[in-house]
Design a binder for this molecule. Structure first.
Ligand code: PAF
Length: 273
């Protein structure tokens, strides 16, 4: 595995290859969820590139930028073992200049749900993803379905900016108790981890209701909220795959999303129906 820090050097190296490139952008603290993205990319491409960059522009003031888990050596080892060909590990000054052009997330999809509690977050995500895709120029780029709204906005950006890359969604990985894998799970104490299981339990409740014929979103959300109590809930929402609000569940066109805090850790989860 070759490690690059300079965007220009990586760009030159990758442009000199005649290969189908699969790309996984990450913020490090790699877990099995990331490994499943890498595995998929290895199956579908000649070369796999991973980036590790804790992107400051997607953290709001007062968020966990400084304490976000950073595990350079362990992450490099994970990438090596998973068969990654190129690891891009830039510093902030390699990625950002003083006066920056940025990509603005659209109002409706960018600011509902997670965008409401974290205004500006998605513009930071889109800006860095645009930069990374321009550096790597992959054929396929892989993103987890757990960050469903991020995935939707990146798909829109790529389409609207006429970018030549396929955005490939990958299913959420869970631990043996059902908790969706996330680098932020590192922050949870044992008790908080137990409490956090109310999140997948609320999604299970929703699926159970739907299977028994209850399609009314208001009723489903009410039941989910009672399963989540006493966690602090940022939102529980049922939307179409285009992120339009729904009154009744539409099979094959519904995402049920939850964001809640266990302790002070914000956790996301969802299911796609
Ligand atoms: O999902 C993430 O880890 C980040 O938001 C991403 C896509 C790597 C951009 O910094």
């Amino acid at each position: 595995m070759r490690v690059f820090q300079s965007p220009l050097e990586l760009k030159n190296e990758l442009r000199s290859l005649d290969a189908k490139i699969g790309f996984i952008p990450t913020m490090g603290a790699l877990h099995n969820g990331h490994i499943s993205l890498i595995k998929k990319a290895k199956e579908q491409n000649d070369i796999v590139v991973v980036s590790i960059f804790v992107n400051p522009t997607q953290f709001l003031k007062g968020e966990d930028l400084d304490k976000y888990p950073r595990r350079e050596q362990a992450d490099k080892r994970v990438c090596e073992l998973a068969g990654v060909d190129y690891l891009y590990y830039p510093n902030t000054s390699d990625m950002y200049e003083k006066d920056e052009v940025s990509v603005l997330a659209p109002n409706v999809r960018g600011y509902i749900l997670e965008g409401t509690s974290r205004p500006g977050h998605f513009s930071g995500v889109l800006t860095v993803v645009m930069k990374l895709l321009n550096i790597v120029r992959p054929t396929n780029a892989y993103f987890g379905k757990k960050d469903a709204q991020q995935l939707k906005l990146i798909t829109l950006m790529v389409k609207q900016m006429f970018m030549d890359v396929n955005i490939i969604p990958v299913d959420t990985m869970r631990d043996s108790f059902g908790l969706a894998l996330s680098s932020r799970n590192d922050y949870l104490s044992e008790d908080e981890k137990k409490e956090a299981l109310k999140i997948p339990a609320s999604l299970k409740k929703a699926t159970g209701m739907i299977v028994s014929g209850e399609y009314d979103c208001e009723k489903i959300i009410k039941e989910m909220r009672s399963v989540l109590a006493p966690l602090e809930i940022s939102y529980v929402a049922i939307v179409t795959r285009e992120f339009e609000p729904l009154k009744r569940v539409e099979l094959n066109n519904t995402i049920i999303l939850v964001e809640a805090l266990s302790g002070s850790t914000r956790l996301l989860d969802n299911i796609w129906l």
